[in-house]
Ligand binder design. Structure first.
Ligand SMILES: [Zn+2]
Length: 66
């Protein structure tokens, strides 16, 4: 078992119908993948996320065993 970090888009308010989730070895990588996903699937620019949004998203990243 290895520790990893996971983010499920449906946990995010307003994204309940999105099936996407990402899992990676580090929180940094999850952030990259979240940004990539937001760009592709939701047409968002992660560079526009304010601190409040980042703090909120950070609470949604969970530690998992893979
Ligand atoms: Zn999504």
């Amino acid at each position: 078992m290895t520790k990893a970090y996971s983010y499920a888009c449906r946990d995010c308010e307003g994204m309940e119908t999105c099936p996407a989730s990402v899992t990676a070895e580090s929180r940094e990588e999850v952030w990259q993948l979240m940004g990539h996903h937001a760009r592709i699937a939701h047409g968002e620019n992660p560079d526009d996320w304010d601190q409040e949004t980042r703090d909120y998203l950070d609470t949604l990243i969970r530690e998992v065993e893979v």
